[in-house]
Write a protein that binds this ligand. Structure first.
Ligand SMILES: [Zn+2]
Length: 352
C-alpha cells in the first residue's frame, strides 16, 4: 500500500512534476518571449535613438557649416564694406585734390591776368621800325623800338642745365650783366638750385613750355597745360610771388591759338630778333660772337644754355654741345659794352 501510495504519490508527484514542468516551461517561454519582445523593443528603441542621435549630429554639423558659411559671408561683407569705404575715401581725396588744383589754377590765373601785357602796342612810325618780334602775330604785335636805344636783351633758352647754365651765370656776374632765361618746365624740379641762383642774381625767368614741344602740333588744352605747368614749376621752385611774364614758344612754333592761350595766362609772347645760330652744329664761338655783335641796340638776342631740350624731338641740325655759347659770351659782352650798349632783361626792356 505504501508502495502503491508511494506510487500513487509518485504518480501524483509525477503528475505534479509534469504540471510543474509545464508551468515552468510556460514561464520560461513567456520570459524568453518577454525578453525577446523587450529585446526587439530595446533594439528598435536603440536604433531610433541612434538614428535620432545621427540626425542630431547631422543637424549640428549642418548648423555648424551654415554658421561657418555665415561667418565667411559676414567676413566677406565686412571686407567688401571696408573696400568700398577705402574706395570712397580715395575718391573723396582725389576729388579734394582736384578741387584744390582747380582752385589753385583759378587763383594763379587771376594773379597772372592782373599783369600788364603789352599786346596792344601801336605800330611806331616805319622809320623807327627795327623788326617784328612775333612775326606770326597779327593783332598783338609789339615792337623792338619799345626798347631803350642802345640796349639789348640777352636771352638763353632750354635750361636750366647743370653743365652750362652756371658757367653762363659766372660770366654774367663778372660783367654785371642781366639776362633772361627761358626755362623748360620738366628740368626745373631737377635743377631747382640753378633756377634759384638765376633769380637771386637779378636775372629774369621766362616760360619755354614744360616739354619743349611743337605747340601747334598739340591740342589747345595741351598747349595750356604746357604753359601753365611751367608757371607752377617756376613758382614751386623760386616761390609763389615770382610771376613769369614771358613765353617763348619752342622752335618759334606758334599760332594765334598759342598766343591767345598765353595771353589768358598773362604771358607776353616773344621770339627773337637776332639769332646767334649757336644751336647749329657748324657754329663756333667766333661765329657766335660775330653774329651777336651785328646789333646796334634794340635787339633780342637768341642763345642757348642747354642742348636739345626734348631729345625725343631731336632736330638733326642741332648741336649737341653749348660750350661754344659759353666760350663766346665774354667776347660778346666786352664788344657790346665797348659800343656803349646796355644789357636788359625782357621786362626791363619792354615793361618799364
Ligand atoms: Zn628751345
Amino acid at each position: 500500500m505504501n508502495k502503491k501510495y508511494l506510487a500513487k504519490n509518485n504518480n501524483v508527484f509525477f503528475e505534479n512534476e509534469s504540471l510543474f514542468n509545464f508551468s515552468n516551461t510556460l514561464i520560461i517561454s513567456s520570459l524568453i518571449a518577454l525578453f525577446f519582445v523587450a529585446g526587439i523593443y530595446l533594439k528598435i528603441d536603440s536604433d531610433k535613438k541612434q538614428k535620432f542621435l545621427e540626425e542630431v549630429r547631422q543637424n549640428n554639423e549642418k548648423i555648424k557649416q551654415e554658421t561657418e558659411a555665415q561667418k565667411l559671408n559676414l567676413y566677406q561683407l565686412e571686407q567688401e564694406k571696408q573696400n568700398q569705404e577705402s574706395l570712397l575715401k580715395k575718391e573723396q581725396q582725389q576729388r579734394l585734390a582736384l578741387e584744390n588744383e582747380i582752385k589753385q589754377q583759378q587763383k594763379q590765373s587771376e594773379k597772372y591776368q592782373l599783369l600788364p601785357t603789352i599786346n596792344e602796342e601801336k605800330q611806331p612810325d616805319n622809320s623807327q621800325l627795327t623788326a617784328y618780334i612775333d612775326i606770326n602775330l597779327k593783332n598783338r604785335k609789339f615792337w623792338l623800338t619799345k626798347m631803350p636805344k642802345k640796349t639789348v636783351a640777352l636771352t638763353f633758352d632750354d635750361g636750366p642745365s647743370p653743365k652750362y647754365t652756371e658757367q653762363v651765370l659766372d660770366i654774367l656776374k663778372k660783367y654785371n650783366v642781366k639776362a633772361t632765361f627761358f626755362v623748360v618746365g620738366y628740368r626745373i624740379e631737377q635743377y631747382c638750385p640753378i633756377l634759384k641762383r638765376i633769380v637771386s642774381e637779378g636775372h629774369e625767368l621766362g616760360n619755354h613750355t614744360y616739354h619743349h614741344n611743337f605747340l601747334t602740333k598739340i591740342t589747345p588744352e595741351l598747349q595750356q597745360q604746357e604753359m601753365y605747368k611751367t608757371q607752377l614749376a617756376i613758382n614751386n621752385c623760386v616761390g609763389s610771388s615770382y610771376v613769369p611774364r614771358w613765353l617763348r614758344s619752342p622752335y618759334g612754333d606758334q599760332d594765334e591759338t598759342t598766343l591767345e592761350i598765353a595771353h589768358n595766362l598773362g604771358l607776353n609772347t616773344v621770339l627773337w630778333s637776332l639769332d646767334t645760330n649757336d644751336w647749329r652744329p657748324s657754329s663756333t664761338s667766333k661765329s657766335i660772337v660775330s653774329q651777336a655783335i651785328k646789333t646796334h641796340g634794340q635787339d633780342i638776342i637768341l642763345m642757348h644754355d642747354a642742348t636739345e631740350a626734348n631729345p625725343q624731338l631731336g632736330l638733326p641740325e642741332s648741336s649737341n654741345s653749348r660750350q661754344n655759347t659759353v666760350n663766346s659770351l665774354e667776347d660778346i659782352i666786352i664788344n657790346l659794352q665797348g659800343d656803349q650798349i646796355n644789357f636788359v632783361t625782357m621786362s626791363e626792356g619792354f615793361l618799364n
